[in-house]
Design a protein around this ligand. Structure first.
Ligand code: AMP
Length: 279
């Protein structure tokens, strides 16, 4: 496994592999790696020859400076974890490598994906995500890129961006990996106490309860019951939505194939998100 810190070094390696006819799979990450990230590497291994994992805490996607400051950074442990995985090349660039002074900023209108859920509560977040992923795609030029459905809206945004710019990259969405308890794995879990990890289980309990309810009730009624159930907990709810998986339009009366419940909540100071396909 090779670690590259500059665009030049990375592109030299990729060129060597491409000249041998190897396909490139790409897993973008912000580090503080866990088994959720490794599951993306494993999926990439099944579908591609060479796997590039980027580790870059992207400042432009944090709308809260304190959140950026407190984001866990564990590069040495990440490198070790990836060394024991199918990862071929780690790309761990500086902010200046990713955002050189002459780089043009993208302003993509996200259509129905904007002003809902994460975009409503974290203004500018997806603009930052679009810009960094577009830039990373342009550097790595993979044939496939792997994203976790844990970040449900992000997958929709990346698919939308790829289609909008007609990029020849297949976006592969991978299932959410959970702790045995049901808590979705997340780098942010490092900031939770043992008690908070227990409290946070209300999220998966609400999702599973809602899946049961969805067999008999409309999306609107499921959402109402889910909110009352959730609000018995220690967490502070930001939203519970049931959405169409492609447009993210909120569902009220009728179910559609792939209808998904998305939850965001604060557990203490830590903001958690999770989702489950209900229908
Ligand atoms: P992050 O480092 O948080 O930017 O995440 C990098 C990638 O890992 C994103 O595509 C996430 O959706 C994905 N990811 C994060 N947590 C999980 C998880 N528990 N299961 C599957 N994928 C995940």
């Amino acid at each position: 496994m090779i670690v590259c810190n500059t665009v030049d070094a990375l592109q030299k390696q990729i060129l060597i592999e491409k000249s041998k006819g190897k396909s490139i799979g790409f897993v973008p990450s912000m580090g503080a790696l866990h088994l959720g990230h490794i599951s993306l590497v494993n999926e990439a291994q099944k579908q591609c020859d060479i796997i590039v994992v980027s580790i870059f805490v992207n400042p432009t996607q944090f709308n809260n400076p304190d959140d950026l400051l407190k984001y866990p950074r564990t590069l040495e442990a990440d490198i070790q974890m990836l060394d024991n995985s199918a990862c071929s090349i780690i790309f761990a660039p500086s902010v200046d490598e990713i955002y050189p002074a002459n780089l043009e900023t993208i302003n993509l209108d996200l259509g129905t994906l904007k002003n809902v859920m994460e975009d409503a509560l974290r203004p500018g977040h997806f603009n930052g995500v679009v810009n960094v992923v577009y830039r990373l795609f342009d550097i790595v030029k993979p044939s496939k890129a792997f994203f976790g459905l844990k970040d449900f809206q992000q997958v929709a945004v990346i698919k939308y961006m790829t289609k909008h710019f007609n990029l020849a990259i297949e976006i592969v969405a991978c299932p959410t990996i959970r702790e045995i308890t049901g808590l979705a794995m997340s780098s942010r879990n490092l900031r939770l106490s043992d008690k908070q990890k227990k409290d946070a289980l209300i999220i998966i309990q609400t999702l599973r309860y809602s899946k049961e309810l969805s067999k008999e009730l409309t999306p609107m009624d499921v959402r109402l019951k889910a909110r009352s159930f959730f609000n018995t907990s220690e967490l502070t709810l930001e939203y519970i939505e049931i959405v169409d998986p492609l447009t993210l339009v909120s569902l009220d009366e009728n179910w559609v194939e792939g209808a998904t419940m998305c939850i965001a909540a604060f557990c203490g100071e830590v903001r958690l998100i999770d989702n489950l396909q209900l229908f």
